[in-house]
Write a protein that binds this ligand. Structure first.
Ligand SMILES: Nc1ncnc2c1ncn2[C@@H]1O[C@H](COP(=O)(O)OP(=O)(O)OP(=O)(O)O)[C@@H](O)[C@H]1O
Ligand SMILES: [Mg+2]
Length: 141
């Protein structure tokens, strides 16, 4: 497990960009951390690192956004998902075991459905307004 502290949204995006370079396709990135912790900022950087430069926002109503760059990314928001039926309807299981990268905001809500080899990224508040503490398991940025 690796701990990285960022001090601005730009630094969080940069971390996402660095992790993007390590992806080969087929990974599940499970993001944990409450509202405003920077899950979408991180995903924006990750997408940018894959050559996807616009359109990344919390897929709160769509539940999933799809982006195409060096790899295909399915970006989920599980904030409102609280049953297996809900989870099935996001398409999550259809995209597992494909060459796509799955990025999952609010992974807390689907903990039991995460594959055992998911890359886990937990974000917590730091000591200042702008600090975010990332705990990363399963990949080295
Ligand atoms: N170090 C930092 N990293 C990322 N965001 C930061 C940081 N410091 C401050 N912020 C601010 O925190 C907010 C992060 O928003 P973002 O949408 O990425 O969070 P989120 O975790 O996706 O929230 P939600 O659960 O509502 O989707 C932004 O307003 C951003 O400006
Ligand atoms: Mg978000």
């Amino acid at each position: 497990m690796l701990e990285i502290v960022t001090d601005s949204p730009a630094q969080t995006e940069e971390l996402g960009r660095r992790i993007a370079q390590k992806l080969g396709g087929g990974e599940v990135l499970a993001l944990f951390g409450g509202m405003g912790m920077g899950k979408t900022a991180f995903t924006r950087g990750l997408a940018d690192g894959l050559g996807i430069s616009s359109g990344v926002s919390s897929p709160t109503f769509a539940l999933v956004n799809e982006y195409h760059g060096r790899l295909t990314v399915y970006h989920f928001d599980m904030f409102r998902v609280d049953s297996w039926d809900d989870l099935y309807s996001t398409g999550f299981f259809d995209y597992l075991d494909t060459e796509a990268v799955l990025v999952i905001e609010w992974s807390e809500n689907i903990e039991g459905a995460l594959p055992p080899d998911a890359i886990r990224i937990e974000i917590a508040a730091g000591k200042t307004e702008q600090e975010r503490v990332f705990q990363i398991e399963g990949i080295e940025p």
